[in-house]
Write a protein that binds this ligand. Structure first.
Ligand SMILES: [Zn+2]
Length: 259
């Protein structure tokens, strides 16, 4: 099988080499796989397609555990990764090149120290991981399911790439680099209020068995996770997200669309 990415890679290093346009059939397949991309206005889809070509030119995909990353998979990941930076630009992702794709969830070794000073070792199932200044790791099984899980506001690719955006100014703290002190203050106020309300809702549901909130409760674990989880929903199910977080939609529009 002709590997289109390999052809693309061959262009790298050639002076004036331009990224090849993504083949029509492959692009259409990607849109079909992810209705939240297909539903975007034609001009935005075209812009995304161009950005995806540039993204693929600069990123390196590696399959873990014997997984072969096909063109199909690379374009699927790239198309979702580029969505948050459609207006911001690819320079937001210029601190890394590697994207590692696992066949399914990864088991990561973790340890915690309890109040008595005892260290507990355990394994945690991860759908993805983003390292500061390093690669993004993703579970293909979950990337592939992202068309269907958009209904619930889930998207593992967007989640991890939002962490990368968040970490542009250091630690993942739920606040990306912003242009001014005023923007920073507005971000903090709006996010903090939404986060506090959400944590309260999650806690109430857990304590009293009430209905859990629509947004993934994982967002209540830390401000950085809240930012990532909220953005997943904002990008793949804006309408439903806005019902619960209208103020965040305005805040995110201002940041991601540079309004
Ligand atoms: Zn996360």
């Amino acid at each position: 099988m002709l590997n289109w990415l390999q052809n693309l890679a061959d262009l790298l290093g050639l002076p004036g080499g331009r990224p090849k346009a993504i083949p029509e059939a492959l692009w259409q397949k990607t849109l079909k796989r992810y209705p939240f991309l297909a539903q975007r206005p034609a001009a935005q889809r075209q812009q995304l397609r161009t950005l995806v070509g540039q993204f693929l030119q600069h990123k390196e995909f590696t399959g873990a555990h014997g997984l072969t990353v096909t063109d199909d998979m690379a374009v699927a990941i790239a198309a979702q990764a580029c969505l948050p930076v459609l207006q911001l630009g690819l320079s937001w992702y210029d601190d890394f090149t590697g994207i590692v794709v696992h066949p399914g969830a990864m088991l990561a070794r973790r340890e915690t120290r309890d109040a008595a000073g005892v260290v507990h070792h355990y394994k945690e199932a991860l759908l993805g991981e983003a390292m500061h200044g390093g690669p993004v790791t993703l579970s293909w099984q979950d990337v592939a399911a992202s068309g269907a899980t958009a209904e619930h506001g889930h998207n593992v690719v967007i989640h991890e790439f939002i962490h990368k955006i968040d970490m542009r100014d250091g630690a993942a703290d739920g606040c990306p680099p912003l242009p001014s002190r005023a923007a920073h203050a507005a971000w903090h106020d709006t996010m903090q209020a939404a986060y506090d309300g959400f944590c309260e809702q999650v806690a109430m549901a857990e304590r009293f068995g009430g209905a859990p909130p629509w947004l993934d409760a994982y967002g209540a674990t830390a401000p950085a996770e809240f930012f990532a989880v909220a953005c997943e929903a904002y990008f793949v199910n804006r309408e439903r997200f806005t019902q619960d977080f209208a103020a965040l939609t305005v805040l995110f529009d201002r940041f991601f669309k540079r309004k």
